[in-house]
Design a protein around this ligand. Structure first.
Ligand SMILES: [Zn+2]
Length: 304
């Protein structure tokens, strides 16, 4: 019987510490969630009489006589940090609605800010590999936005070179897909939409020229004319994705102060994850993320 996230009722830090009071309980969790009661030798596939060595830090196979770690194939694999610190970091990342800065995490778990920064990036990477493979459908809102940079006064589509471009697609009452894109050319926008949106969807955009022609590829293309200050016309609007942008921007300004161009995609992934798991409670969200760190579970598995 494998450990599923439903068996980890952890809604706050006290429960986390109670459930994982030491390294041994963390290691046992990795073993259980990966192999259940019968660990498998990663070298030869033997399942018989795998035993613990070095005080439980490693497993050893009696058949091929090679040791292996329960951390192999997880985001903890080449980290010397205690698993308890990792589990704590994963919990706070999943529980804090607006994200957590590396400075704050460093203080919380007593590591250097640099270490905390690397941990956060790894956890975000895990969030991004969640399996969001099902195309979006129904009514889908699409928009792009410029983020960061020091220069002010550019128009929204004025191609300011020191800003990054985030591209977002949100299914109403569904999931979001957020990515960074190199430019706002029609081909770039449309190929990102094609990758994520089912053709029988109704696509909502503003009247930017890059979105022209979507009516030929999708069931319908609703256009709201932001340039004439119109924002809602019946079901035609992009308010959901606009709301997402304001959350993302507030999060970046409030928590991270600024985000460099090369790292924006990770923050986008983190906010995408947070948005897509918004209906889960802290415990389920933590379990989902922890399992993903353990290389085991995807978002799809959870909501199934
Ligand atoms: Zn073996």
């Amino acid at each position: 019987m494998k450990t599923t996230i439903k068996e980890i009722p952890i809604n706050n830090l006290l429960q986390l510490i109670k459930r994982f009071p030491n390294e041994e309980t963390c290691r046992e969790f990795l073993i259980q969630s990966r192999w259940g009661d019968v660990p498998v030798c990663i070298h030869c596939g033997n399942t018989e009489k795998i035993y613990k060595i070095q005080g439980g830090k490693l497993l050893k196979c009696p058949k091929c006589r090679k040791p292996f770690s329960m951390k192999v194939g997880t985001i903890f694999e080449d980290s010397a940090l205690p698993l308890q610190k990792w589990f704590h970091a994963i919990f706070v990342v999943s529980a804090h609605k607006k994200g957590i800065s590396s400075c704050q995490l460093a203080r919380d778990i007593d590591v250097t800010q640099k270490t905390a920064w690397h941990m956060l990036h790894r956890i975000r990477l895990t969030m991004s590999t969640g399996s969001f493979v099902k195309p979006l459908d129904g009514i889908v809102e699409v928009d792009e936005t410029f983020i960061g940079g020091k220069k002010r006064g550019y128009g929204k589509r004025g191609f300011p070179t020191d800003k990054s471009i985030a591209f977002g697609i949100v299914q109403r009452d569904g999931e979001a897909r957020i990515q960074t894109i190199p430019d706002v050319k029609g081909n770039t926008l449309k190929s990102a939409i094609r990758e994520n949106v089912s053709p029988d969807s109704i696509v909502m955009t503003d009247n930017f020229s890059g979105y022209k022609g979507l009516d030929k590829e999708y069931k319908e293309h609703g256009v709201i004319s932001h340039s004439t200050h119109k924002y809602v016309d019946g079901i035609i609007h992009t308010n959901t994705i606009e709301g997402f942008w304001s959350l993302l921007k507030r999060g970046i300004v409030g928590i991270y102060h600024h985000v460099s161009k090369e790292h924006l995609h990770r923050y986008c992934e983190e906010f995408e994850y947070r948005y897509n798991s918004r209906k889960l409670n802290d415990s389920a969200r933590f379990g989902l993320l922890l399992s993903a760190c353990n290389g085991r579970l995807t978002y799809k598995d959870l909501i199934r």
